[in-house]
Ligand binder design. Structure first.
Ligand code: HSE
Length: 399
């Protein structure tokens, strides 16, 4: 039986304990078994079935030679960093759902793990319960991954889904997401795109084997999308999704998080509600998609415990994630070629069409006094420069 400590007894931490206890038999078939010895939290949990295991000090955990695996579900990058580093230095493997910590220090903590013959695993940090990191690191190792497009944030996918299916405006859909417990009281990280940006930075880092900083990624959230944009997408037989994307070409990596108007035939268009999905295009396999719950107590906890099982089977060894501390330099996003959907005031159509190559199909009658156009593929920088010099562009969405 491998003894486990859980750091942080919040939603995911309590889920980790629940998965280990409820699925004890299944887990024991796949490793020597897991047993939760300590739960670290500042709070008391009177009446909780595991309250006898709750402690308030970290030292007993790091100093206990019986503890081989630590599940870090505290969140944040200060105490979580300090405790993770100390555990790894003590030769204890750490499994986490903490995307902020992984994005910021994942490469360094992976090195620390290697130096101490243990592992730092973070499957739950991207796409919650969806096994996408193990897929990239193990199943797709014979492939050249050419692009990753992900719906990596459940809250914003829910908001867009409700705008599309119930005709709610952005504020009403956000309020509903908050009432249902999907969106935080302060929803900034989700709606402005920081959360999916961190997640795509982690995936891009794993693919290129270098550290992609999320601050380098062009990020646009969904808060400026209107119900009129959604109506345009519907009229065009398309859907609007917040897509976190990285494209590997010409030896570089382009990465961007932004709303996109995608064809309803694109498999990402069928990802509704709070679900997440990751569409990977690789050279031999072609497209493969990984779909499931990207958040939530048990889905996320399941991925943390799956990592703990892996660690239990590799005590004294390092499970390598092939991530180095060398900084990746992202390619200039202004070079990325894509099409755009553009809303243009009717009196400005001639000037717009003289400046931008458009497709024949137009969308009329969705909003008074304007028309929607689809551009031919053009570089991001060229597109932005062109429309900045035009009057009458109401808005645009990448495709
Ligand atoms: N706020 C995140 C989401 C939680 O809505 O997807 C999971 O990282």
């Amino acid at each position: 039986m491998a003894e486990v400590a859980v750091l942080g007894y919040g939603t995911v931490g309590s889920g980790v304990v629940e998965v280990i206890e409820n699925n004890r038999d299944a887990i024991s078939k796949r490793c020597e078994g897991l047993h939760v010895k300590y739960i670290l939290d500042l709070r008391e949990f009177p009446g909780d079935p595991y309250e006898d295991r709750v402690i308030h000090e970290f030292d007993p955990i790091v100093n206990d030679p019986e503890i081989k695996i630590v599940c870090e579900t505290m969140g944040g990058a200060t105490f979580a960093y300090k405790y993770t580093k100390a555990c790894l230095e003590a030769g204890k493997s750490v499994c986490t759902s903490n995307k902020e910590l992984v994005e910021k220090y994942g490469a360094e903590l992976s090195r620390t793990a290697k130096e101490n013959n243990c592992s730092y695993l973070f499957e739950a940090s991207v796409g919650g319960g969806i096994p996408v990191i193990r897929t990239i690191n193990e199943a797709l190792t014979a492939e050249n991954i050419e692009s990753i497009c992900g719906i990596l944030n459940g809250t914003t996918n829910y908001i867009l889904h409700r705008m599309e299916t119930a005709g709610l405006d952005f504020d009403a859909a956000l309020k509903e997401a908050q009432e249902l417990g999907y969106a935080e009281k302060d929803p900034t990280a989700d709606i402005e795109g920081h959360d999916p940006c961190r997640k795509i930075a982690i995936l891009a880092s794993l693919v290129c084997g270098k550290k992609v900083d999320y601050e380098q990624i062009l990020m646009e959230g969904i808060k400026d999308l209107s119900i009129t944009d959604i109506k345009y997408a519907k009229a065009a037989d398309k859907s609007i999704k917040l897509i976190a994307k990285c494209e590997f070409k010409n030896g570089g990596c382009y990465s961007i998080v932004s709303p996109r108007m995608i064809d309803n035939s694109n498999p990402l268009a069928m990802v509704k509600d709070v679900f997440n999905a990751v569409l990977i295009h690789s050279d031999m396999l072609d497209d493969s998609m990984y779909y499931g719950r990207g958040a939530g107590k048990l889905a996320t906890a399941s991925a943390v415990v799956g990592d703990a099982v892996e660690c239990a089977n590799n005590i004294g060894k390092t499970i390598n994630c092939g991530w180095s501390e060398e900084k990746a330099v992202l390619s200039d996003i202004n070079e990325l070629e894509q099409s755009y959907f553009v809303r243009v005031k009717n009196e400005s159509i001639d000037a717009f069409k003289a400046a931008v190559k458009t497709k024949d199909r137009v969308i009329e009658g969705v909003a008074g006094g304007e028309t929607g156009f689809f551009t031919e593929s053009m570089a991001e920088g060229e597109f932005k420069k062109t429309i900045a010099a035009l009057n009458g562009v109401v808005g645009y969405i990448r495709m």
